[in-house]
Design a protein around this ligand. Structure first.
Ligand code: SF4
Length: 715
C-alpha cells in the first residue's frame, strides 16, 4: 500500500560507498522488521554540503535485497569449496546453524590450525567498509588471538604505495588538504584518477573550482577560474572541464612527472627557500630529474614537450597548486615511485602547507583511511606505529595485556600466495571479496579453496563466501553505529537507520564473540567503548572521545588533545618526520611488469564505473544502480574496434596469459588506441581473471593498471 512508502522518520548518517564521506539524511517508512529507506537526500556535511551522487542517492536498497544473509551458515561437507552457488539459494551448499554453533565452529577451526601449525598459519582480511571500531577490533583479534600480524585489507589493492611514499617523504600517510581546498587552488592537477565516476561529489567541487559556485561565504572560495590539468591514460569526463589534458602512455607516469620536475629545475621555478628550510635530499632528486627533460621523454610518454613545460610552469607558479591522485598512480609496480615524484613536485615548489595546495590521494572506500589508521596493516600497529619497533610493541603489549609477534605479517597478495603454498591454512575474512578483487583470480581462488578453514563474515554470499566453511551474517552500514574516516581525515559518526534483518549481527559483536571463543576476555558493551580504547592506542586521535564524537558528529584528525585545534591543512610549519623535514627520494622510470608483445599486443587497464562499487557485491544488488549499468562492458578505441571488425555494442574476447572473458565492447575515443579499459565489478566477466599479480616492492600493491592483452571479435 502507498502508506508503506510514506516516510515516518529521518536518520542522519553516512553514505556507504566512497571516501568522500557524504553525510546523508535517510527517510524511513514502515514499522519493525518491515522498515525500509524510502529516499535519501544529501546532509549538510563538511565533505558534501548537501550534495550526493547517484550511488549515495539511489544505492541504499541493497540492504534489503532478497539475497541478504540473515542466518549463520555452515558448509555441507559434500559440497566442494568454490562451488558456484546462487546467492539467493545458499542452502544448496550450506546448512543453517545457530549463532552459538557457527561461532564455535569458526573459532574452533582457527584454534585447531594455530595449535597444529603455529600462529603464522593464520591470517585475516578486515574491511574498509566497516567502522573504525570494527577495524580496530579485527586487527587486535588477529594480533592477540591468532598471534600473528598477518592482517591486511583492501588498502593493499588501492593506496598502499601512496601511503608508503607519503610516510617516507612527509611522515604522514593521509591527505595534507581536504578535497574542498580545490576552491582555493589556482592550479589543480588530477592524475591517475577518475573522480567523476569514483568520487563524484569531489568531482563536482573540482568542476566548481573551475567554473565558480563553491564555498559560499567562505573567505577565498567561490571564485572559480582554477586551471584544471587532467593527467591520465584515459580522457575521463573531467577532461571536458580541463585546461590541459595529458593523455600519457599507461606506464610512463614516472617519466612524465620527472619531466615536469626537470622543467621546474631548468627554468628556475623551484622554491629555494622552502627547499632549504623544510626539506632534505633535493640534490640527489635534482640530479635524477635533470636526466629527463620533456624533449627526451616525449616519445615515451606520448606528450609533447611544450605541453609538459607549460603544465610544469603553471604548477610551480600557482600561486596555489594542488595535486589529487587515484589508483592510476598507485596501482603500478612503480606506484611508490609515482608518489615519490608527486611529493617531490610539491616540495621543490613549496606547494604544500597552505590552503589550496598539497597532496591528496583520493581514498577509495568509505573507511579505507580509518581502517588503515586503526591498524589493518601487517607492518603497522594502529596509527602507523611500526611492528618492527620493540618500543612500539611494548606499548601495545601493555595496553592490550597480550604478547605480540615480533615480525611484520604478510600482505594481501602474499597471504594468498602463502595459501596456495599451504603455509596459510586458516583465514577469517570480514567484508572483503578477494575472489573478485585480487589479481590473477584463478590463482587467488586456488588459494582460497586450499584453506583448511575459512570464516567469512559478510552481508551477501559473495564469491569469496562460496569458499567458506562458516558464513556469519553481518551488518550493512545502515544497521550500525560507528565512526568512519573519510579521505579528508574527517572522523564522522554513522547512526543506525534500520534494524538488522533476521539474525544478522553487528560486525563488532561477531568479532568479539570469536575473540571470546579464542580465549580473549573481551567485554566491550558497544562501539563507544571500543572507540575510547582506540584513542588510547592512537596519539593522532588522542583528543577525541566517543562522547565528543556523538556531540559533534565529525572531528578532523589529527586531534592530539581535547583542547587542541583540528587542522584541515597540515604541514604548515614542519613535517611529522624525525627531523621535521620533507624528504626527496630520487626515482627513475621503470617499465611495467608485463609489456605487450606479438601474442598480446594491447594493454588492459582496470578500474571502476560510476554506478558500481568495487566488486559489485552491494551495487549489483541495488536495483536502480544495476538497472543503469546491468551488464559487463569494456571501452575500446574506435580504431581498434574497426580493425577487429566489431561495431560498438558487439562482443569481444579479452585474453591475457591468465584468463579469458567475453563481454560487450563500447567505442570510446577517451581510451588510447591499443588500450582497453574495463571495470572489475562484474562477476559474469571478472576483470581480475586477466590481471597479473606483480607487486610494487614497497607498497606491495599489484599492477592492476597494466598488463598485456589480446582482443578478438566474438561472433
Ligand atoms: Fe557516496 Fe561518494 Fe557519492 Fe558521496 S560521492 S554520495 S560518499 S559515493
Amino acid at each position: 500500500p502507498a502508506s508503506s512508502y510514506r516516510p515516518t522518520r529521518q536518520v542522519d548518517s553516512l553514505c556507504p560507498y566512497c571516501g568522500v564521506g557524504c553525510q546523508v539524511r535517510y527517510h524511513v517508512a514502515g514499522e519493525g522488521a518491515a522498515q525500509r529507506i524510502v529516499f535519501a537526500e544529501g546532509g549538510d556535511g563538511p565533505a558534501n554540503a548537501g550534495r550526493l551522487c547517484v550511488k549515495g542517492r539511489y544505492g541504499f536498497t541493497y540492504s534489503r535485497n532478497r539475497e541478504r544473509l540473515t542466518t549463520p551458515l555452515i558448509r555441507r561437507p559434500e559440497v566442494p569449496k568454490g562451488t558456484v552457488v546462487d546467492p539467493a539459494a545458499p542452502l544448496t551448499a550450506f546448512r543453517e546453524a545457530s549463532w552459538d554453533e557457527a561461532l564455535d565452529a569458526a573459532a574452533a577451526g582457527l584454534l585447531r590450525i594455530r595449535h597444529a601449525h603455529g600462529p603464522h598459519a593464520l591470517a585475516g582480511f578486515g574491511s574498509a567498509k566497516g567502522s573504525n571500531e570494527e577495524a580496530y577490533l579485527f586487527q587486535k583479534l588477529v594480533r592477540t588471538g591468532f598471534g600473528t600480524h598477518n592482517v591486511d585489507h583492501c588498502t593493499r589493492l588501492c593506496h598502499a604505495s601512496s601511503v608508503a611514499a607519503l610516510l617516507e617523504g612527509i611522515g604522514s600517510g593521509a591527505v595534507s588538504n581536504p578535497v574542498r581546498d580545490v576552491d582555493f587552488a589556482d592550479v589543480i592537477i588530477v592524475i591517475g584518477a577518475n573522480p567523476a565516476a569514483n568520487h563524484p561529489v569531489a568531482a563536482s567541487f573540482i568542476k566548481n573550482a573551475v567554473k565558480g559556485g563553491n564555498h559560499e561565504g567562505q573567505s577565498g572560495g567561490n571564485r572559480g577560474g582554477a586551471k584544471l590539468v587532467l593527467m591520465d591514460p584515459r580522457a575521463t569526463p573531467l577532461a571536458r572541464h580541463a585546461w590541459r589534458v595529458l593523455q600519457f602512455r599507461a606506464d610512463a607516469d614516472v617519466a612524465l612527472l620527472l619531466s615536469m620536475a626537470c622543467t621546474i629545475i631548468e627554468e628556475g621555478l623551484t622554491d629555494a627557500d622552502f627547499i632549504a628550510a623544510r626539506t632534505e635530499g633535493f640534490e640527489a632528486f635534482r640530479d635524477a630529474a635533470l636526466n629527463y627533460p620533456p624533449e627526451r621523454t616525449a616519445a615515451l610518454t606520448g606528450i609533447a614537450a611544450a605541453t609538459v613545460r607549460e603544465v610544469a610552469r603553471a604548477y610551480a607558479r600557482g600561486p596555489n597548486s594542488m595535486i589529487l591522485w587515484g589508483m592510476g598512480v598507485s596501482q603500478h609496480t612503480h606506484g611508490t615511485d609515482n608518489v615519490r615524484a608527486l611529493i617531490a613536485l610539491a616540495l621543490m615548489t613549496g606547494q604544500i602547507g597552505r590552503r589550496g595546495t598539497g597532496l591528496h590521494p583520493l581514498r577509495g572506500q568509505n573507511n579505507v583511511q580509518g581502517a588503515s589508521d586503526a591498524g589493518l596493516i601487517p607492518m603497522m600497529l594502529p596509527d602507523y606505529q611500526k611492528v618492527a619497533d620493540p618500543a612500539v610493541r611494548a606499548r601495545f603489549e601493555a595496553l592490550w595485556q597480550a604478547p605480540l609477534a615480533q615480525t611484520p605479517g604478510l600482505t594481501v597478495v602474499e597471504i594468498i600466495d602463502a595459501a596456495c603454498a599451504g603455509q596459510i591454512r586458516g583465514m577469517y575474512i570480514e567484508g572483503e571479496n578477494p575472489a573478485m578483487s585480487d589479481p590473477d583470480l584463478a590463482h587467488a581462488r586456488e588459494g582460497l579453496a586450499k584453506l583448511e578453514h575459512l570464516v567469512v563474515q559478510d552481508i551477501f554470499l559473495t564469491e569469496t563466501a562460496m569458499f567458506a566453511d562458516v558464513v556469519l551474517p553481518a551488518s550493512s552500514l545502515f544497521e550500525k553505529g560507528g565512526s568512519f574516516t573519510n579521505t579528508d581525515r574527517l572522523v564522522q559518526l554513522a547512526r543506525p537507520v534500520l534494524p538488522l534483518p533476521g539474525e544478522a549481527r553487528p560486525d563488532w559483536w561477531i568479532i568479539q564473540e570469536i575473540a571470546r571463543r579464542m580465549g580473549l576476555g573481551w567485554d566491550y558493551p558497544g562501539p563507544g567503548a571500543v572507540f575510547d580504547e582506540l584513542v588510547q592506542a592512537m596519539p593522532s586521535h588522542g583528543g577525541m572521545s566517543w562522547a565528543k564524537l556523538e556531540a559533534e558528529g565529525a572531528i578532523v584528525a589529527p586531534k592530539l588533545a581535547a583542547d587542541a585545534p583540528s587542522e584541515p591543512v597540515l604541514f604548515q610549519a614542519c613535517f611529522p618526520t624525525a627531523n621535521g623535514r620533507g624528504r626527496f627520494v630520487a626515482v627513475a622510470p621503470l617499465p611495467a611488469a608485463e609489456l605487450p608483445d606479438e601474442d598480446y599486443p594491447m594493454v588492459l587497464i582496470t578500474g571502476r564505473v560510476l554506478e558500481h562499487w568495487h566488486t559489485g557485491s552491494m551495487t549489483r544488488r541495488a536495483e536502480v544502480l544495476d538497472a543503469l549499468d546491468p551488464d559487463p562492458w569494456c571501452a575500446v578505441h574506435p580504431a581498434d574496434l574497426a580493425r577487429l571488425g566489431v561495431a560498438t555494442g558487439g562482443r569481444v574476447a579479452l585474453q591475457t596469459r591468465r584468463g579469458r572473458i567475453e563481454l560487450e565492447a563500447r567505442a570510446d575515443e577517451g581510451v588510447r588506441a591499443g588500450t582497453v579499459f574495463m571495470a572489475f565489478c562484474y562477476r559474469e566477466a571478472a576483470a581480475n581473471l586477466l590481471t597479473q599479480p606483480a607487486l610494487d616492492p614497497f607498497g606491495k600493491i599489484p599492477e592492476f593498471k597494466y598488463c598485456a592483452l589480446r582482443v578478438e571479435a566474438v561472433s
